[in-house]
Design a binder for this molecule. Structure first.
Ligand SMILES: N[C@@H](CCC(=O)N[C@@H](CS)C(=O)NCC(=O)O)C(=O)O
Length: 223
């Protein structure tokens, strides 16, 4: 396999949670969509009160996202995107240059492992009316670090995405872009420009349009 445009079919089956809230699901979903990699979407709504029993048949961690490719199961958002980049090496999911690729992997891993203060204080909630909330020093430190990462990448690449064209790094930061917009977390012009580019992607619009129409409310995620 190589170029997704030359592929008529893939067996990729992506299990995701509610589009309005599932920030981890959004990452591989927008990455695969943006790269033109075909997949079947299986949306399984959260059922936190009962421990999400419907996740048991497909998810070894009882979390989403999960990718199935035939008999293979891949969990963890970044591992799913890495697998897609391996299966479709011509899809441009990582920068071509080895040094830029290392940088893109570093910030993607930093996102995957970190920014816990921001993630817990400001859950992704695409339906929420934009508005500020009180934020503490730890959340502000996460915001400052994210803005520094974006500014460094965009200054070097010239945009519109972190490494010029859309890569896994953008997919990993997509839910943060959404949080910045929902909770009005930064007035930095770099954030505004980058967010506008991300939020005008057809894949972003498709996800958001579905998210805002979902009937489910998850109280734990409403701030
Ligand atoms: N590190 C995991 C995080 C997955 C995760 O926490 N997913 C959330 C939804 S966004 C989930 O399934 N939560 C259900 C639960 O914790 O019971 C990844 O990158 O995929």
């Amino acid at each position: 396999m190589g170029n997704p445009e030359e592929e008529t079919l893939s067996d990729f089956q992506l299990f995701i949670g509610n589009k309005n809230y599932s920030s981890w699901s959004f990452r591989p979903w927008i990455g695969l969509k943006q790269a033109g990699i075909p997949f079947t979407e299986e949306l399984v709504p959260f059922d936190f009160k009962n421990g999400n029993p419907a996740f048991r048949p497909f998810s070894p961690t009882m979390k989403v996202p999960v990718l199935k490719d035939g008999s293979l199961t891949v969990w963890e958002s970044l591992a799913i995107l890495e697998y897609a980049a391996d299966v479709f090496p011509d899809a441009g999911l990582w920068p071509g240059d080895v040094g830029l690729r290392a940088h893109a992997r570093a910030i993607s891993a930093e996102m995957h492992a970190g920014f816990t203060a921001l993630r817990s204080a400001c859950p992704m909630n695409m339906r929420r009316e934009p508005g500020r909330i009180g934020i503490d020093g730890k959340v502000q430190a996460d915001i400052d670090r994210i803005v520094a990462i974006w500014r460094e990448c965009l200054d070097r690449s010239g945009g519109p995405f972190l490494f010029g064209g859309f890569t896994i790094a953008d997919a990993m930061f997509a839910p943060v872009v959404s949080r910045f917009a929902t909770y009005l977390l930064s007035d930095d012009p770099t954030v505004a420009t980058y967010s506008a580019a991300m939020m005008s992607l057809p894949a972003w619009i498709e996800w958001q349009e579905a998210a805002v129409q979902e009937p489910w409310t998850v109280e734990e995620e409403e701030v």
